[in-house]
Design a protein around this ligand. Structure first.
Ligand code: FAD
Ligand code: DLZ
Ligand code: SF4
Length: 508
């Protein structure tokens, strides 16, 4: 009798727990391309092509090791269209005594997995996903009894537990966090190296044809396609980041430049999240580069904080708070998502740039997501369900465990401050300081009111005024109300009127 070992699109790691202890003479690995997953939200074309190509390459690598893989292609005649349907077909086709899977990345998939034991009358084993550094239970224990969760304290514990950038029990360099040194504005003449670009091979080309045929109505550009689709390629992408961009990653982590979609970021989230790279190997490689003198501490620490800090922290919150987390809407925001999030057709240059790059690359870097796309959604009062759907669709690294806490927790403050201590709301001056977008904008960033004024300026104050009862007690933002209260009635009226006119124009 065989075990059926299920490997999902985000579990493409050779020693993922579902494959540990495999009997290559008996067991069968199931990997399937299914409509339920491509369409429960209509993912970016590039994301589907990336995952299908990486899945097909991974299946080939397993076969090369002598493993029996049952690979179901999207256009296979009998494709059942869902994980459950494909498990059923596999159980009917082979003598299966047990189903083994790895803990999935999304709550709805876990709920689906939990039905299989009863449905098929076969033991189902759901193993911990040991690619993460903290299990959901460990995170829950850490969170237990704390009134407020803060990433910084979790991050310090992780540094200590895994002895990363530590000198005995002291943090390397004497400080835990070099965030203050991660905020240089962009300057002219930066020579930013290109991102890693793989040449599509036959497998990728075949998948691209499939995506062009079946997903033409999905958002985003399919071509040019240059993502890594194998572990070897992903390792090269990581190496290239460390050799060419890591040294400036810290300084320019928050900077945005028109036409520079990739900046000095690592561009490895796609590979980390689907399993081609593992978090610990990336962190160790960067720590090693720091010790070799290839990168300054603010770069190495900044990068490591994102992975063992933020990445693990948001996952912990996701599993701690689901399923209710998905329905949080602290500000009771009700506005529909403006059409320009899909088209890029807006006079606001910052948003036009970020949406256009998202459409082209299925990627935007953190500050574009947070301070442009996210900030606008927050201060314009867009309903979290539409914002979450958009972020889950458009990025090749998006899975609900990481997307939802970033959107509902970090940008929209929809959880009322569970994940973040204050909303990341900002007016145009922040975008002007950290980018060159305002130079080419139809709006004037220095103008606070009137038809030509930057909409971020009045929307910021209108957001604060609209949500006063919910925010004025927040000590990190409360002082802004003092500034607001000092404004004259005419000014307050102008803020409210400009916001009303602008927001109404979005609806038409
Ligand atoms: P780098 O800037 O080079 O950072 C290195 C790595 O750190 C990333 O690859 C990622 O694994 C990790 N990381 C950095 N910030 C975060 C964070 N806030 N949460 C979790 N991991 C982090 N990241 C996703 O992987 N998937 C998402 O769906 C996603 N949605 C986001 C939505 C919003 C609104 C915001 C503000 C952030 C989101 N992020 C998401 C986090 C972050 O923007 C991306 O991880 C990052 O932009 C990926 O690019 P990079 O690999 O070049 O990252
Ligand atoms: C995102 C995605 C897509 C587009 N397609 C598939 C697929 O065909 N097969 C698969 O195994 N997984 C896919 N995924 C990822 C899943 O939707 C889901 O997000 C993760 O498996 C996390 O549980
Ligand atoms: Fe964006 Fe305002 Fe700057 Fe225009 S002026 S790019 S809308 S921040």
């Amino acid at each position: 009798m065989s075990s059926l070992r299920l490997v999902l699109a985000d579990q493409l790691t050779h020693d993922v727990t579902a494959l540990q202890g495999i009997d290559i003479n008996e067991d069968i690995v199931l990997i399937c391309e299914v409509r339920n997953e491509t369409n429960y939200v209509k993912h970016h074309k590039k994301k589907i092509a990336f995952l299908f190509s990486a899945m097909r390459h991974f299946a080939q690598e397993l076969r090369d090791k002598g493993i029996h893989v049952r690979y179901v292609k999207l256009d296979d005649e009998d494709n059942a269209g869902s994980f459950t349907g494909e498990i059923m077909r596999a159980v009917e086709a082979h003598k299966i005594s047990r189903i083994i899977s790895t803990f999935p990345g999304e709550y709805r998939v876990l709920e689906e997995m939990k039905t299989w034991q009863d449905k098929f009358g076969i033991d189902v084993e759901i193993r911990n996903d040991d690619r993460f550094l903290a299990t959901p239970e460990e995170f829950a224990n850490w969170a237990n009894g704390r009134k407020q969760l803060r990433m910084e304290y979790f991050y310090r514990d992780m540094r200590q537990s895994y002895a990363i950038l530590m000198n005995g029990d002291k943090p390397e360099g004497g400080k835990w966090n070099y965030d203050a040194e991660n905020r240089k504005p962009p300057k002219e003449g930066l020579d930013i190296p290109q991102t890693f670009m793989a040449k599509p091979d036959d497998i990728t080309r075949e998948v691209m044809d499939l995506v062009a045929t079946h997903f033409s109505d999905h958002f985003g550009d399919l071509e040019p396609f240059h993502f890594a689709v194998t572990r070897d390629q992903a390792r090269t992408a990581l190496r290239q980041f460390i050799d060419q961009r890591l040294c400036h990653f810290g300084d320019y982590q928050d900077a945005m430049i028109e036409g520079e979609a990739w900046m000095y970021h690592s561009h490895i989230s796609f590979y980390l999240n689907c399993g081609l790279l593992t978090p610990l190997e990336c962190v160790k490689a960067v720590e090693h580069a720091y010790h070799q003198g290839l990168a300054p501490l603010n770069a190495a620490e900044g990068f490591i904080r994102q992975i063992i800090g933020w990445r693990e922290y948001v996952r912990g919150i996701y599993w701690l708070k689901m399923p209710d987390y998905a329905d949080q809407n602290f500000f009771e925001a009700k506005r529909a998502l403006p059409e320009f999030y899909w088209t890029g057709d807006t006079q606001m240059n910052c948003l036009r740039q970020c949406v256009t790059e998202t459409k082209e690359n299925a990627y935007a870097h953190h500050i574009q997501r947070l301070m442009v796309l996210g900030n606008f959604a927050l201060i314009a009062g867009i309903d979290p369900k539409y914002v979450n759907e958009w972020f889950l669709i458009v990025y090749a690294d998006a899975y609900e465990w990481v997307e939802l806490p970033n959107v509902s927790g970090m940008i929209l403050f929809a959880d009322g401050g569970y994940l973040a201590s204050k909303p990341y709301a900002a007016g145009g001056s922040y975008i002007n300081k950290m980018s060159d977008y305002c130079k080419n904008c139809s709006y004037k960033v220095k103008d606070k009111n009137g038809a030509d004024a930057c909409p971020f300026n009045y929307l910021y104050w209108d957001f604060l005024a609209r949500n006063r009862d919910k925010l004025s007690n927040n000590h990190r933002i409360g002082m802004m109300y003092k500034t607001y209260d000092r404004m004259g009635e005419d000014k307050k009226h102008a803020i409210s009127q400009d916001s009303k006119t602008f927001l109404e124009s979005l609806e038409s």
